[in-house]
Design a protein around this ligand. Structure first.
Ligand SMILES: [Fe+2]
Length: 156
């Protein structure tokens, strides 16, 4: 059934496409963070193991909210790994057990997601007239800003 919420079909479709790219980016970042939770080696193993767990748990909740937001505007979330890889703007690196390399890879992804979200939140609001989704993306961006700060705090 059509979502009659005061946004044109064309705009809802455009916003859903933007949210599906965000969903794909989050899925890649979630997977990378979870892999580092398993594959870290160092004298502070338990700290990093738990740190990564806290971060991927937050991403997991965000992923669920993004997929449900796409349904709220009458569209369907991508649900196949090959679709995430097709639309994501993030790269997957070689495996690493190094703290510095892992954190730098994650920080680069968070910062790239933040930059993208800042841009698309404005487009969703001003071009597509979807205040709810614009506010939602701004909220996600704030989560990433906090997560990025925590990662950055381990690096010099
Ligand atoms: Fe675990």
């Amino acid at each position: 059934m059509n979502a009659n919420i005061g946004i044109s079909e064309k705009d809802k479709k455009a916003v859903a496409a933007i949210l599906n790219v965000i969903l794909a980016d989050e899925q890649i970042l979630y997977n990378k963070t979870r892999n580092y939770h398993w594959s870290y080696e160092g004298s502070n193993f338990m700290e990093m193991h738990k740190f990564y767990e806290g971060q991927y748990s937050e991403l997991e909740e965000m992923i669920d909210e993004i997929a449900e937001r796409i349904r709220m505007i009458g569209h369907f979330p991508e649900g196949r790994l090959k679709d995430y890889l097709r639309v994501t703007s993030l790269q997957e690196q070689d495996y690493t057990t190094s703290q510095e390399e892992q954190l730098k890879n994650l920080l680069e992804d968070h910062e790239s997601i933040i930059i993208n979200m800042r841009k698309v939140a404005d487009t969703i609001d001003t071009v597509h007239k979807d205040a709810g989704s614009a506010d939602f993306v701004t909220g996600l961006m704030q989560h990433h800003e906090k997560m990025a700060w925590m990662i950055r705090s381990y690096l010099k």
